[in-house]
Write a protein of this length. Structure first.
Length: 228
């Protein structure tokens, strides 16, 4: 079963989440600060629940160090109303965020959406490539190349690029991207899609004419475009 690592200094909440997730047949490990979380991390972990405000090493610094070695999906747990925490977390490579307090149902839905996306990628044939111009991705290996250069993408950025490649020249709304890629309905003031697209665009080299590969159509969505 999927292995979830909870990194949160709220011992009572962590123990409650462990009980809930264990009941749902997940394997669960806990760490009560960022330093301990990094020490606990290994290749068996399939997803991390990461709190922002922690002693010794906060969630942002922990995420930075995690991303230096692992591309494991990360669901950030943020304080209610702290939009800046959500934006910073997404900029640093978090896959999604969940404001506290949250319901068990919402947490489980977010976890399953992320795991469903990452495990679907891993289950596809190893030699199954998707090509669009000079971009090629291998869903089975979760690898993406542009001009034969490997792109350093998170699992969510990879899933987003895969979705764009399957719909070249087609306007994709934020509602569609949120539902099809993130596995959740777009909520008011939810900037997760915008931040993931922004991060992906930074990692994709521009066309020789200097234009970005992903175009923003204000009020409509995003479009994967060909170069001139």
């Amino acid at each position: 079963m999927p292995h979830i690592l909870i990194i949160d200094d709220d011992v009572e909440l962590s123990d409650l989440l462990k009980e809930v997730l264990s009941f749902e047949s997940f394997t669960v490990s806990t760490a009560y600060d960022g330093v301990a979380g990094l020490a606990t991390m290994d290749d068996s972990v399939d997803l991390i629940l990461l709190d922002v405000m922690m002693p010794k090493l906060n969630g942002f610094e922990t995420l930075k160090q995690l991303r230096e070695k692992w591309d494991v999906p990360v669901l950030m747990l943020t304080a209610k109303g702290e939009e800046i925490d959500r934006v910073v977390g997404l900029e640093l490579g978090a896959d999604d965020y969940l404001p506290k307090p949250f319901s068990e149902r919402e947490l489980l839905a977010r976890i399953r959406a992320i795991l469903r996306r990452t495990q679907t990628n891993q289950a596809q044939p190893q030699n199954d490539g998707v090509v669009y111009r000079d971009i090629k991705i291998y869903p089975g290996r979760v690898e993406a190349y542009c001009n034969e250069v490997l792109l350093d993408l998170t699992s969510t950025e990879f899933a987003l690029l895969h979705h764009f490649l399957l719909h070249p020249g087609q306007v994709l709304t934020k509602e569609v991207l949120s539902l099809d890629v993130l596995g959740k309905r777009l909520a008011a003031f939810d900037r997760a899609v915008d931040m993931h697209v922004s991060n992906l665009r930074k990692k994709l080299p521009d066309w020789p004419n200097g234009k970005p590969r992903i175009k923003t159509l204000r009020g409509r969505g995003y479009l994967l475009v060909e170069g001139d």
